[in-house]
Design a protein around this ligand. Sequence first.
Ligand code: ZN
Ligand code: ZN
Length: 193
Amino acid sequence: MQCPVCKTASLHNDQLESNLATLSCTACGGHWIKSYQYWRWRDAHGRDLPELPPTPILDEASSVPNAGSATAPRLCPDCGHFMRRYPVGHETDIELERCGNCGGMWFDASEWESLRERNLHDDVHKVFSEVWQTEVFRRQRAEAREKLLHEMLGAEDLDKVRNIKSWLDKHPRRSELYALLHEGYPDHRLFGE
Ligand SMILES: [Zn+2]
Ligand SMILES: [Zn+2]
């Protein structure tokens, strides 16, 4: 079986954990895990480990997302179908690849180890689920919105307006205050129509 990244190098029998047999590439350090191998390990692994927070990033350069998302879809080394990418989210920039046909999974070099550091390695089967992916997408959208607001208003004004809003929300006369704010400000402008 050939490496889906290097294309020419062959995968060799390897082991990532006790009970977890993989096929690995010496050239790029990637790992191929067959679905049944993952489940065999997962069953022996026992209860789900609690997710750990990420270690703070000291080096700005390492926070740049990897080039993974920009690369073209890769072919499953087992059955030749295209693999789909699944962002892990949860403050990682890891994207796992999985073949929808045979269920095999590809981990680029150090991805399994990075997941293990966060106790996310025993959640890999969940990453491929609709629920997990929907949540990742929701968080990505929320982060993008926050970033946009920061760019538009700046941290100081954003902070200020949020403080005003929380003061307004708790105010016993908030409807009058909101009405006052809207005065001379047509509603269609508020909603961007
Ligand atoms: Zn390789
Ligand atoms: Zn496959």
